[in-house]
Design a protein around this ligand. Structure first.
Ligand code: IPM
Ligand code: MG
Length: 364
C-alpha cells in the first residue's frame, strides 16, 4: 500500500465547490487501488489573507512542503475586494507567484482538448474543429517578465515610469525545451516553437537553445512560429498543433486564447511541475460572480486530479478513466449552466455533475 500526502488548497470564489467534486473522484480512485491519499486542506488565496493576514500562510507552506503533490483551486477576488488588500499581498502576487517560485515549478502543461463529446461548447465552426482538437501547451512558468527585476519611480523629468525586465538564462530555457521535446517525442513528434525573435533578444537566445536541444531529438520536427501569428493560427487551424512551447507571458496569453477555443477556460486543467514538487490547478480564475451558486463546472479541477494521477503518481490508466468519465457525462448531454450555450444541454449543478462523473467512473 502506497500512501501519498496531498495538500488541498480550495482557494477563492468557486474553488471550494469544484474542489469538493475533485475530492469525490479521489475517493473512488483510492477505494479501488492500492493507494491511500492523505488529504490535508489549507487556506490559500484572498480569503486566506482576510482570515490569516497572509495569502500564503506559513502553516500552508509547511503542509505543501510535506506533501507529495499539491492540488490548488482558483484564487482571486472581485476587483472591489482585491482593493482591500495591499498590492503586493493580493493573492496572485502574494500567494500564486510565491508558490511557483518556492517549488520552482518551471514546466506548466495546459492540455487543449476538444473531443467530439464537448465540441459543442466551442465557438469555432465544425469545419474548423474537424475531428476534434488535441494539443498541449507547454509554458515556462518561473522566468521572464513575471519574475524579472521591477522598478517603479519618477524619472529625471518628473514623469512616473516603470521598468520590468524579461530575464532568462540559458539553463532556464534549456530545461523547459527539453521537457517539451520529450513530450513531442512521445506524441506526434511535432513541436511548435512559439517566439518573437523578430523583435525580442530573449527569443533570439531561446531559438539558439532550440537548435541545440533539437540535436538530441532528431525525430522531432520543429515548426517555428511568431507568437502573434500563432494567435491567428489557433483560431483558423487549431488542428495543426500538437505540442507548443513558449515563454511565460506568451503562454499566459495563448493558453487563455485556447480556453476561448474550447468555449471556456473551465475546460482546461493544468499541471505545474518542478524538480521536486508539482502542483495541479485549473487554468481559470475564481469566478467570484458565480461563486456559491452551484453552477460552475468542476471539469478543470477534476482534470487537474487526472493530471496528478498520471504525472505525480504514475497512475496512467486511472487518469484516463477520469477523463473518459467526464467526457461520458458530457456525451450524455449534461452540462452545468456556466458552460451551456443555446440551451442545448440538460443543465445540472456542480455537485450533480461530480456525482455523475463518479458513477461513470465506478463503472470503469
Ligand atoms: C494563469 C493565471 C496567472 C498567471 C495569474 C492568476 C497570476 O492567469 O495561471 O495563467 O498569469 O500566470
Ligand atoms: Mg492566465
Amino acid at each position: 500500500m502506497t500512501t501519498y500526502k496531498i495538500a488541498l488548497l480550495p482557494g477563492d470564489g468557486i474553488g471550494p465547490e469544484i474542489m469538493a467534486e475533485a475530492i469525490k473522484v479521489l475517493k473512488v480512485i483510492e477505494s479501488r487501488n492500492d493507494v491511500t491519499f492523505e488529504l490535508q486542506e489549507a487556506p490559500f488565496g484572498g480569503q486566506a489573507y482576510f482570515d490569516h493576514g497572509d495569502a500564503f500562510p506559513e502553516a500552508t507552506k509547511a503542509i505543501c512542503d510535506a506533501a507529495d503533490a499539491i492540488v490548488k483551486g482558483p484564487i482571486g477576488l472581485s476587483h472591489e475586494e482585491s482593493k482591500k488588500i495591499p498590492v503586493d499581498m493580493q493573492p496572485e502576487r502574494g500567494a500564486l507567484l510565491p508558490m511557483r517560485r518556492r517549488y520552482n515549478t518551471f514546466a506548466n502543461y495546459r492540455p487543449v482538448s476538444l473531443p467530439k463529446s464537448i465540441a459543442h461548447f466551442s465557438p469555432l465552426k465544425p469545419e474548423i474543429i474537424g475531428d476534434g482538437i488535441d494539443m498541449i501547451m507547454v509554458r515556462e512558468l518561473v522566468g521572464g517578465l513575471y519574475f524579472g527585476k521591477k522598478e517603479v519611480g519618477v524619472n529625471a523629468e518628473g514623469l512616473r515610469y516603470v521598468n520590468e525586465s524579461l530575464e532568462y538564462d540559458e539553463n532556464q530555457i534549456r530545461r523547459i525545451l527539453v521537457e517539451a521535446f520529450r513530450l513531442a517525442d512521445r506524441r506526434k513528434k511535432k513541436l511548435h516553437n512559439i517566439h518573437k525573435s523578430n523583435v525580442l533578444k530573449s527569443s533570439v537566445l531561446w531559438n539558439e537553445i532550440v537548435d541545440e536541444v533539437k540535436v538530441d531529438f532528431p525525430d522531432v520536427e520543429v515548426i517555428h512560429m511568431l507568437v502573434d501569428a500563432a494567435a491567428t493560427h489557433l483560431c483558423l487551424n487549431p488542428g495543426q498543433f500538437d505540442v507548443m512551447v513558449m515563454e511565460n507571458m506568451f503562454g499566459d496569453i495563448l493558453s487563455d486564447q485556447a480556453g476561448g477555443i474550447l468555449g471556456s477556460l473551465g475546460l482546461m486543467p493544468s499541471a505545474c511541475q518542478g524538480p521536486e514538487k508539482s502542483y495541479y490547478e485549473p487554468s481559470h480564475g475564481s469566478a467570484p460572480d458565480i461563486a456559491g451558486q452551484g453552477v460552475a463546472n468542476p471539469y478543470s479541477m477534476i482534470g487537474s486530479i487526472a493530471m496528478m494521477l498520471e504525472m505525480s503518481f504514475g497512475m496512467e490508466e486511472e487518469a484516463l478513466n477520469v477523463w473518459q468519465a467526464m467526457q461520458a457525462v458530457f456525451a450524455d448531454g449534461y452540462s452545468t449552466p456556466d458552460l451551456a450555450r443555446g440551451g442545448s444541454s440538460n443543465l445540472i449543478s456542480t455537485s450533480e455533475f461530480g456525482d455523475k462523473v463518479v458513477s461513470k467512473l465506478k463503472r470503469t
